[in-house]
Design a protein around this ligand. Structure first.
Ligand code: ASP
Length: 581
């Protein structure tokens, strides 16, 4: 080894030892008689001292060190007179008697400090420098610990990790495929997996009754802070289990991670139905760190001559506790918020429940105190509270009110980053109507089984069928989802038919799976958890990019290696691909 210790481990116990360390120059201070250098590696920072009186030559050399030079130093560990108790090595320093410059560095384009002066794009371009900074290093260490603990838990439950291929045929998970041309098969393409879905099911048929894989998946879709074109899943499948078995197994995995990684005991996860979530939170990924459930006012608010309510499908609201003293300006701001194009509500009705028991509302002309009192009772409101009410088509209104609920949660500081409230959403609809294609889409994926009692609906009213599908949601973030699968050829055929496939299309694309069902398929089901999102959540951030070593930017580009990029004409020729002029 070129070093005896790292820069993060020496302490008063090592005093008078002779040591050799290697690392990067964080900064140096020239005080005339003495030069101090902070040397950094992955493990910490150690102070080096060069003394003009005892070794002028070495001290001169140290003065010339630039930031981020890589050096190797040997010397004696000494007690420091000016101690820094904030860092583990802060009580000692190395009096250097020998040092080498292993590698010089240009001046970095941004400071390698916890709070850097570099902008996002610049840091992405020099990602290897950004990764030297503590916050990113800590993120990758967190990710590593979570990988280990995930494997520890699943291994302890008899799961076996099996790799599935990346060059495959399309697996539909609702996004576009990334495709790879095949040189050896002219005009043909592989697809990169959107998930290992069909392979893990085939592994169940092969008898590997508990499979997992920490696996890269690829989806060509529009990017957001919590989406990357390639991302990692904890992908799992189990045979001979019920939905409850799967929920229990993965609830325990999440609890294990919270305990081992953050030393937090999370409570048992509530299980709520999709319909309940939509009705009371307007979303299938509710943030249940706070209550503020929706209250429907259709019966109380319609028929009083207020046209906006009378002519609409849904009148629904929330109660913001203690906000009854909101000023005109604050209420205008909330109205502007719900009117933003992304939210799309037409307006906002408010009712202030005054401390004296009276009401002041934006609809006083249409509703008297008695009427407003009945509203407040529906909300279980108290004097001092504020009712915020939206109306319109129920889907849109629910979405808009969901955003308003989250906004009020933020304003009232009810969305504490250190509080974790996981829950399961179950009983999803099996299918979803798509106006663009005029077809049903599988809400989860086409391999998800319908509830036994809803199978007959597939022929008559497919939109009403519910699925044996579930999602895991934590703090309003969809962390994962899965389902109990179809394992019977006839039912799978029926499902493809409901999705608008002809029998030939179904056979061509998924014949391999349906044929496998004819050779002894066990009942099975599984789940996949978005690992990047889970790590980001543990780290207290919304951006998964900060937890991926080499992520892509919002345009799906890696600006460091400049990819995607054109390929050589030679390669195109070899692949028999032509780019249209
Ligand atoms: N393949 C699904 C997904 O990637 C998860 C599952 O059903 O197990 O979302």
């Amino acid at each position: 080894m070129l070093r005896t210790h790292t820069c993060g481990e020496l302490n008063p116990k090592n005093i008078s030892e002779k040591v050799t360390l290697c690392g990067w120059v964080q900064k140096s201070r020239d005080l005339g008689g003495m030069t101090f250098v902070d040397m950094r590696d992955r493990y910490g920072i150690t102070q080096l001292v060069f003394n003009m009186q005892t070794n002028a030559k070495l001290c001169e050399k140290a003065r010339k060190l630039g930031r981020e030079f890589v050096i190797s130093v040997s010397g004696i560990v000494e007690e420091r007179s000016n101690k820094n108790l904030k860092i583990p090595t802060g009580e000692i320093e190395i009096t250097v008697d020998k040092f080498d410059i292993l590698s010089k560095s240009k001046l970095p384009p941004f400071t390698i400090e916890d709070n850097t002066d570099g902008g996002e794009e610049l840091r992405m371009k020099y990602r290897y420098l950004d990764l030297r900074r503590n916050p990113l290093r800590k993120n990758l260490e967190l990710r590593h610990r979570m990988t280990i603990e995930t494997r520890n838990y699943l291994n302890s439950q008899k799961f076996i990790e099996i790799e599935t291929p990346y060059l495959i045929k399309s697996t539909p998970e609702g996004a576009r495929d990334f495709v790879v041309p095949s040189r050896m098969n002219e005009g043909e393409f592989y697809a990169l997996p959107q998930s290992p879905q069909t392979f893990k099911q085939l592994l169940m048929i092969a008898g590997y009754d508990r499979y997992y894989q920490l696996v890269k998946c690829f989806r060509d879709e529009d990017l957001r802070a919590d989406r990357q074109p390639e991302f990692t899943q904890i992908d799992c499948e189990m045979s001979f289990v019920t939905q409850d078995d799967i929920l229990n197994t993965f609830e325990e995995l999440i609890k294990h991670l919270f305990k081992k990684v953050k030393n937090i005991n999370v409570e048992d996860f509530p299980i709520i139905s999709y319909d309940y979530a939509m009705k009371y939170y307007g979303t299938d990924k509710p943030d249940i760190r706070f209550e503020m459930k929706f209250v429907e006012l259709n019966n109380l608010a319609k028929g009083s001559g207020f046209k906006v309510f009378d002519d609409t499908e849904s009148v629904v609201g929330i109660c913001a506790e203690g906000c009854g003293d909101y000023s005109r300006k604050q209420l205008d701001k909330l109205t502007d918020f719900v009117r933003k194009p992304q939210i799309g509500a037409k307006g906002l009705v408010y009712v202030k429940y005054n401390e004296d028991g009276s009401f002041k509302s934006s609809v006083d002309k249409f509703f008297d105190q008695k009427a407003l009192k009945t509203w407040s009772e529906a909300f279980n409101a108290e004097p001092g509270d504020l009712l915020l009410i939206l109306s319109g088509e129920s889907g849109h209104t629910g979405k808009a009110l969901c955003e308003l609920r989250l906004e009020m949660g933020n304003r009232l500081e009810l969305r504490d980053k250190n509080k974790f409230c996981p829950l399961w959403i179950v009983d999803f609809p099996l299918l979803e109507w798509d106006d663009e294609t005029n077809k049903y889409h599988a809400m989860h994926h086409p391999f998800t089984s319908p509830k036994a009692e809803d199978i007959q609906l597939l022929n008559s009213e497919p939109g009403k069928a519910r699925a044996n599908a579930y999602d895991l949601v934590i703090n309003g973030v969809e962390i994962g989802g899965g389902s109990i699968r179809i394992f019977n050829k006839e039912l799978q055929k029926k499902m493809f038919k409901a999705l608008g496939f002809t029998e030939e299309q179904a056979q061509e694309q998924f014949g391999f799976l349906m044929n496998a069902f004819e050779y002894g398929a066990p009942p099975h089901g599984g789940i996949a958890l978005g690992f990047d999102r889970l790590v980001a959540l543990f780290g207290g951030s919304d951006s998964i990019r900060d937890y991926i070593a080499f992520p892509k930017n919002n345009a799906g580009r890696d600006v460091m290696i400049d990819s995607p990029s054109a390929i050589f004409a030679e390669q195109l020729k070899e692949l028999k691909l032509k780019i249209e002029e």
